[in-house]
Ligand binder design. Structure first.
Ligand code: AHR
Length: 521
């Protein structure tokens, strides 16, 4: 009798619950019928600072190196970066930019003065990688330079002459100097950062002081020939909305002085759960995984709130929000120089990259450029090098998978998803974005933040007539899986067959801790 009752209870309760657990508990509506804003390819920008082995060893090995190179720039790194369609590179810093004097980095290398890189390990900088070498790197990659000018220890004259040196073809001293140094034709330069973190390493200014400096510097950065600079103001600390207000007010201004002299506004936000307890990049447990993901989701709030302030003065969204430093910041790898910020990169980094890129897509109306920190060997890098060896990180593979979104039209998405809970805290278990490319293909990128549970997603495609579905996935057995030198890649892009399309409804079984991109055509 008891057994019979048990069987009835099982039939009534347990079996439906098992069935429910397998049916989609997350819903996503992709509005291909409401496409509006283009996801600028510049959202896929990189940051390369004179810091640790980002430039020296990571990019620049010199012409006489046994490492294969083109005019001193590593061929393996360039080839790998070409595959992720690097759209722009921000250089020479960061904090380094405000100690950098560009004239020290031109002319014969043997004659270039040395300096101490006081921000990053106190090492000697020999200036062998300077303006010409950086512009060569950009030309090899076919990407836009993002030059960060020195306000902290420089002058208006120095910065304005750098613009002239790079972009003018006129009869003037800087053009003559460039020609003397072997470059006949001017380069084209679009993005110009008028200072970096001017609240801190860029000069410890307050917003009012900086807004006056910004106006003064910007005014003297001229457009030569057909070159049009896109000038980017330094933002304040990540949550300093008052700083944003001050700059935007100045831009709009009673006399409108800054109008025409400012095009973008910078936001820096690093994913660091606690600055004095950053934790290991590889040796972590689920609690750390959760804390990192929770922290990185703050990007959504920051972009939303800074945009809201900008909207007050610029409802037409002519000023771009440029998230020109973002990414994970963990403890350096044991035994490495603490000033070099060298950290490994795991599936957790891949997840952080996917979440942030999804946020940037969503805000494509305002976010016009971002630079992940940093490109090679520093912080959340795409590439790590050790002498001759090179490896591609899990973050690299997300950038590779997401190239399909570059310059595609963002498709608004409505996502209702489960929560991923850890103790008393919870975050959404799924992150998603979608776009439509020039050939009409739809790409939907989803990340399952939950380290253990599959997420079944029912996805409704509004305004899509596609019939063919394919997919790619990045995942691994362990949340701290990473790619190591001399070993086969353990975190990479693989084909994904967990998505089915029937009657306009896509059902997707997202494995735990995975990032997936589905193509519908
Ligand atoms: O990316 C490392 C440093 O972080 C940059 O130099 C600085 O701008 C930021 O504080």
């Amino acid at each position: 009798m008891t057994r019979k009752i048990g069987a009835i209870v099982a039939a009534l309760f347990i079996i439906p619950w098992v069935m429910l657990a397998q049916s989609p508990t997350n819903t996503l509506v992709v509005h291909a019928d409401a496409a509006k804003d283009t996801i600028s390819k510049f959202i896929y920008g990189q940051f390369a600072e004179h810091l640790g082995h980002c430039i020296y060893g990571g990019v620049w090995v010199g012409e006489n190196s046994t490492i294969p190179n083109t005019r001193g720039i590593r061929n393996d790194v360039v080839d790998a970066l070409k595959k992720i369609k690097v759209a722009s590179i921000r250089w020479p810093g960061g904090c380094f930019a405000d100690e950098y004097h560009w004239k020290d980095g031109i002319g014969p290398r043997a004659d270039r003065p040395k300096m101490v890189n006081s921000n990053w390990g106190g090492v000697t900088e020999d200036n062998s990688f300077g303006t010409h070498e950086f512009m060569d790197l950009c030309e090899q990659l076919g990407c836009e330079p993002v030059i960060c000018g020195n306000i902290g220890s420089g002058t208006v004259k120095e910065m304005s002459e750098w613009v002239q040196y790079l972009t003018s073809d006129g009869d003037n001293p800087m053009t003559a100097l460039r020609k003397k140094n072997g470059r006949e034709k001017p380069w084209s330069v679009k993005f110009w950062c008028v200072g970096n973190e001017t609240w801190g390493c860029g000069g410890i200014m307050d917003a009012d002081h900086y807004s006056n400096e910004l106006a003064r510097y910007s005014f003297f950065l001229k457009n030569y020939g057909g070159n049009a600079l896109y000038k980017v103001a330094s933002g304040g600390l990540e949550e300093d909305y008052g700083w944003t207000e001050t700059i935007m007010k100045k831009w709009k201004g009673v006399d409108g002085w800054l109008k025409g002299y400012l095009n973008g506004y910078s936001l820096h936000f690093y994913t660091v759960p606690e600055w004095n307890k950053k934790g290991s990049a590889t040796n972590f447990v689920e609690n750390d995984w959760f804390r990192t993901l929770k922290k990185t989701l703050k990007m959504e709030e920051l972009v939303t709130r800074h945009s809201a302030v900008m909207d007050k003065y610029d409802s037409a969204k002519t000023i771009g929000l440029m998230v020109d430093e973002w990414g994970n910041w963990f403890d350096v790898e044991p035994g490495t120089n603490p000033g070099f910020l060298f950290q490994q990169n795991t599936l957790r980094d891949a997840m952080v990259a996917a979440v942030n890129l999804n946020i940037f897509h969503k805000h494509a109306d305002r976010v016009k450029m971002t630079s992940v920190a940093q490109m090679v060997n520093v912080l959340q890098a795409m590439i790590l090098t050790r002498d001759k060896q090179m490896l591609l990180t899990p973050t690299y593979h997300v950038f590779k998978m997401y190239t399909v979104h570059q310059d595609a039209v963002n498709l608004p998405v409505d996502l209702q998803c489960e929560s991923y809970s850890n103790g008393t805290e919870s975050i959404p278990a799924v992150s998603a974005s979608a776009s439509k490319d020039k050939e009409g293909r739809i790409h939907i990128s989803l990340a399952n933040l939950h380290p253990e549970n599959v997420q079944n997603v029912r996805c409704e495609l509004k305004g899509v007539a596609g019939a063919k579905v394919s997919g790619e996935i990045i995942t691994a057995a362990a949340m701290n899986a990473y790619n190591d030198f001399g070993k086969p890649e353990s975190v990479t892009v693989k084909p994904f067959s967990g998505a089915q399309l029937k009657n306009g409804i896509l059902t997707i079984a997202l494995p735990a801790k995975s990032i997936v991109t589905i193509e519908v055509k």
